[in-house]
Each structure stands twice: as C-alpha cells, then as structure tokens.
Design a protein around this ligand. Structure first.
Ligand code: UTP
Ligand code: MG
Length: 372
C-alpha cells in the first residue's frame, strides 16, 4: 500500500490502564478512513496522538514517510477538528477561520481567499459577521470544520465532526464532506460512533473497541467476514441468541434463557462446526433482514409462531419486534416495506438454518456495555 499515514504498535496508558493497545494501520493518500467504535473505545485518544497533542507510551507514527512521535502538533501538517472544539467567542465567524491562517504567517490576501472559499463550502458566507454565540450548534460545528479545512493540511483528523447536527443536516453534510475532501485532495481520518455515517463516508472502516482496532476493511468486507461477534453486532442489526447445543451433528440448539426456543443451524463452515460440542454453549447470530414471514416448512428452515410486539419505522424500512409464542424469545425482523400485520397479530416467521453464524460463548462479554 502507498501509505500516507502509518501507525505502528501504538500503546497508551492512563493511570496504569491501557487505553490503546498495539494499534497499527495504514491510510493511503486521498483515502477517507473512518475509525468506528462505541464510547470509551479510545477513538479520541488515538486522534489526539495523531495530532501530537498526546504522546503515546510506545509505537511509531509516520506521515508521508516521516517519523512524527517527537514532532509538535503545529509542525505535523494536520488539520485537527477536536471532539469538544472551541471557537473564539469574541471573534466573528470570518475571523475564527481567518485569524489562525494569519498566525501561521499566510499573507492577508491569500488568507482571505481561503477563508471565503471555506466559508462558502460550509454555507456560512452569509454569517461571516456573526459571533459564535449567535449561531446554532450545527453552525458552530461547521465553522470549526471550515477552520480545520482552511489549514490546507493534507491530513485531516476529524473527531465526531457531524455529531451536533440534526439528522437531516448531518446526512447532507456527510455527502458534502466526502466530496470536499476528495476535491481538495485531502486524506481524512474521521472518528465516529455512528455506523450509518461510517458506511456512507468511508473508503475503509477501522472497527475499534476497548482500546483495540479489531478489524479494518471496506463495509462489505466487514459485513461479509466479520472477525468476531463484536464487529458483527456493532455493524448491523443482528439477532443474538445464547444457546446450548443439544445435538452437534444435527446442529440442534436450545436457547439458554428460553427452554422452548429450539432451532437448527446447518450447514456451518468447518470452524463454526467445531464450536458445536454436546452440552456446550454458543452464541448464534442471525441478521434481522433474513428473517421472513411465512417461511417454507421444510427442513432447511426454522419456523416459529410469534406475536408482533412492536413496529419501528426508520430510514430504509421497518423493524418488527416479534415475541415467540412458546416462550419469551424476541426476534427482530427488518423489512423494506410495511407488512400487513400490526401489533398483536399472530404470525409465522423463520430463518434458514444456513443463515445462522456461530461464535464462542466467551465473546459474549464484548457486546455488553463497557462505556469507557
Ligand atoms: P476516549 O476519549 O479516547 O474514548 O477514551 P472515545 O472512543 O473517544 O469515546 P467517546 O465516543 O468520545 O465517548 C478512551 C479511554 O481512555 C480514558 C477514558 O476514560 C476511556 O476509558 N481516558 C481518556 C483517561 O483515562 N484519561 C484521559 O485523559 C482520557
Ligand atoms: Mg471521543
């Protein structure tokens, strides 16, 4: 890979506790790279280390082939958008963007040209004379973005840059941000905990949890071959069942919490099959969008009677929460179009025995809330 940013074996401890654990990845020139993970994963710490605001305890960082660990932030050639950014409250929007350029020694004609261009990209030219306290949270966020872009730095480090925008504006700005970065030829490391945002923006995604980068790849790669239960769980709406193995040869399992909920998982790949030991416990994942209404009643399908408990509308479709009639297991089913069954209706639902994926039960802890 023709890497523009290279991070090797970064460790960071706070009060003796590791918060970044052996982080390594490479980002190529012009790539839009998104670090995606839940709160407390270590995303901001990682970005601060790249920006030079925090020093790592171990490891190397190279930007354009040059070692960075001992280089101060202002000499790294990065534009940094902090998660908790500050604007200069006594300065107008215009000065907030222009002043840092003048401090850097850029001449005033050039600085004003850049300032105008960036404010225009962020749709803020008409608010150039406003003060930050006169703006909405989303506008302030766009001023901070304009300021980060105006540095002209080839590498942009963006920590949750869209988090304070309302849903619609956030979606609009996502598209703009990517095309702006592309047209200006910037390389971006963008941090977020929002899966949809990551999917729409990223050339590649690094999934982070508990101080580790767990897997790096395109969204398709991560979805097709998730490295572990956490990646699968974090990236998509999956049904997760803990279950005991009743018959390893036939792939027959029984939910650990609901004796009535039995299902089969077959055929499995060799690795997964080896997890099925009689009496052992496993984790089973089934995507919510492979659950179907009125499935065929042949041996390739698990079929259940269930009651519709909840119907949730969201961008891209409907999620039905179904409770199995025999016990208390809930099944989540995602569909594009609203179905003709409402809350309280009795339905038959099911999934193919081959649509289940199996993980070792020890991975279950990784999807419980850590919260940093
Ligand atoms: P981060 O602040 O890097 O996590 O803290 P994050 O992924 O960005 O989280 P969100 O999404 O913004 O909420 C990583 C870990 O480092 C600890 C935090 O408590 C957390 O466990 N930490 C961070 C410290 O102990 N000291 C610090 O100065 C900063
Ligand atoms: Mg953070």
């Amino acid at each position: 890979m023709n890497s523009f940013l290279k991070i090797s074996n970064i460790w960071k401890y706070y009060s003796g506790r590791p918060v970044l654990k052996d982080i390594s990845f490479e980002v190529s020139r012009g790539e839009y790279f998104v670090v995606l993970g839940p709160t407390g994963a270590g995303k901001t710490t990682l970005l601060k280390i790249l920006a030079g605001i925090v020093s790592p305890d171990k490891g190397e960082i190279y930007i354009d082939g040059k070692p960075m660990v001992n280089v101060p932030p202002e000499e790294r050639g990065v534009g940094y958008f902090p998660q908790f950014f500050n604007l200069f409250n006594h300065m107008t929007v215009w000065d907030n963007v222009c002043f840092p350029l003048l401090v850097k020694g850029i001449d005033i004609v050039e600085a004003e040209k850049i300032c105008k261009e960036m404010l225009s990209l962020m749709h803020l030219l008409d608010r150039a004379d406003s003060y930050p306290y006169e703006l909405s949270g989303g506008m302030r966020q766009r001023v901070a973005l304009a300021r980060a872009l105006a540095t002209g730095a080839e590498l942009l480090l963006l920590d949750e840059p869209l988090s304070q925008l309302d849903a619609k504006l956030s979606v609009e700005l996502r598209e703009e941000l990517k095309s702006i970065a592309r047209s200006l030829g910037r390389t971006v490391v963008h941090v977020t905990n929002n899966v949809e945002e990551a999917v729409e923006l990223a050339d590649r995604i690094a999934v982070m949890n508990n101080g580790y980068i767990i897997q790096v790849g395109s969204y398709d790669e991560l979805r097709r071959k998730p490295k572990n239960l956490f990646v699968e769980y974090f990236l998509s709406d999956v049904n997760v069942f803990r279950a005991y193995v009743l018959d390893p040869h036939d792939g027959l399992l029984r939910s650990s919490s609901d004796v009535c909920f039995k299902f089969r998982v077959k055929p499995l790949c060799e690795d997964a099959s080896s997890l099925l030991r009689s009496g052992g416990e496993v984790i089973v994942c089934v995507d919510s969008d492979v659950i179907v209404l009125d499935p065929p009643s042949d041996s390739g399908w698990n079929v259940f009677d269930a009651i519709v408990e909840e119907v949730l509308f969201h961008r891209g479709g409907y999620t039905y929460i179904l409770k199995t009639c025999c016990g208390a297991t809930k099944i989540m089913m995602k569909v594009m179009d609203e179905m003709e069954v409402g809350i309280g209706c009795k339905v038959k639902v099911g999934f193919k025995t081959s649509d289940a994926r199996i993980y070792d039960v020890s991975e279950y802890d990784s999807i419980l809330y850590h919260g940093g």
